[in-house]
Design a protein around this ligand. Structure first.
Ligand SMILES: [Zn+2]
Length: 87
């Protein structure tokens, strides 16, 4: 499809975009999960910083209040295996 650049081992455009979007929308770290009894990959949704920044500029700073409230409400880390909250 893309001539010599198309190799079977490469990721498709959709896959790359999906991974990028995933990295943008969530943060990852290693945490101990009491339920799984071991260290697991923990995930939490990231705040849409770029969108918030844009809105803050557009509303001449008024959106920063919403941004603050949003970041306080943010859910904590969750175990990628069982989905339970981890500390
Ligand atoms: Zn777990």
């Amino acid at each position: 499809m893309f001539g010599i650049y198309d190799r079977s081992g490469r990721l498709g455009t959709g896959e790359v975009l999906g991974r990028l979007l995933k990295t943008w929308n969530q943060q990852e770290t290693n945490k101990y999960c009491g339920h799984c009894g071991r260290h697991v990959l923990a995930l939490r949704p990231a705040t849409p910083r770029l969108r918030n920044l844009l809105w803050t500029v557009l509303t001449l700073g008024a959106w920063s209040v919403v941004w603050l409230i949003q970041s306080r409400r943010r859910p904590g880390w969750r175990c990628a295996q069982c989905g339970r909250q981890v500390v």
